[in-house]
Design a protein around this ligand. Structure first.
Ligand SMILES: [Zn+2]
Length: 286
């Protein structure tokens, strides 16, 4: 048995017509150019619109394409055979996607959801190797790739997080209008000047509004669902400027007594590390 290590672009693009599910394509409209470098590569243009498919070899140009995919034979084979859509990253490093224009737009830059691999999986049947002698799939592994990254907080948010570590709320103050911003932002949003002076607010404050949540969204980082109901209070920390409320959860046992104008104090984690988790919640300050 021989294993096919590379997908031949010529036969791949030739197979598209037979695999096209026109019934799925009624609302799809896009044009993608492929520029595949190397021996056996070349230029192709795939256009889907009005429920139909057009595949063009050596098109006159890519001007009317939404995106152009630049890759080589390895990148192309990998994308086609990898079952694009169940991998951790798209596109892989050997593929560069150039956005020319977006469907229905004047040319804004970005990746349009309709051009992602999941659409390809919907519009086309899976490719079967020619000859009927299908290789046996021995192992199938689903892998979610995690990338270990460090993010810089920058000088402004860095001060804010360092403040939390010291159990302090550090806002920055505009040199022109004097308003405080919490969490701090580099520029005063009203005066558009740099706000480099930091002042400590609170730690106590006054509730100006509250939300009582009965249906919680999953935590975007962990997927965990919070216990409901829970309350989020908007707190004007002592010393804060108007409109600069800071919001956080209220202690569950205080929910029955929360009211606009109520006084609260923060409850800090036993061990702080310079993150939002350093503030556990606010509690009523009776
Ligand atoms: Zn200002």
């Amino acid at each position: 048995m021989t294993l096919e290590h590379r997908t031949d672009p010529e036969s791949f693009f030739a197979s598209l017509k037979d695999r096209f599910r026109s019934g799925e394509a009624a609302d799809a409209e896009f044009s993608v150019g492929y520029r595949i470098a190397g021996d056996g590569g070349g230029d192709w243009k795939v256009t889907v619109g009005e429920g139909g498919l057009n595949v063009e070899k050596d098109p006159a140009g890519f001007d009317d394409c939404h995106v152009i995919v630049h890759t080589d034979l390895n990148g192309f084979s990998g994308a086609v055979r990898g079952g694009a859509g169940d991998r951790g990253t798209f596109p892989p490093p050997s593929i560069r996607i150039e956005t020319v224009r977006l469907p229905g737009s004047g040319g804004a830059v970005g990746i349009e959801p309709d051009l992602t691999p999941s659409v390809a999986l919907r519009l086309f049947d899976r490719r079967r190797p020619a000859g009927g002698n299908r290789p046996e799939e021995l192992v199938s592994l689903k892998v979610m790739n995690a990338i270990d990254q460090r993010f810089a907080t920058g000088p402004v948010m860095g001060r804010w997080f360092a403040g939390l570590k010291d159990r302090k709320f550090l806002a920055n103050k505009c040199p022109e209008c004097g308003r405080t911003q919490i969490p701090p932002r580099e520029i005063c949003a009203v005066c558009r000047v740099r706000a480099e002076e930091f002042v400590e607010l609170g730690p106590k404050g006054t509730i100006t509004a509250w939300d009582l949540v009965y249906y919680a969204s999953p935590d975007p980082l962990t997927g965990a669902i919070r216990e409901t109901p829970y309350a989020v209070v908007y707190v004007m920390l002592d010393g804060a400027s108007e409109q600069e409320a800071f919001s956080l959860e209220l202690k569950k046992s205080d929910i029955g007594n929360m009211k606009i104008g109520g006084r609260v104090r923060p409850v800090w984690a036993e061990k702080t590390k310079g993150s939002y988790e350093d503030i556990l919640y606010f509690e009523l300050d009776d």
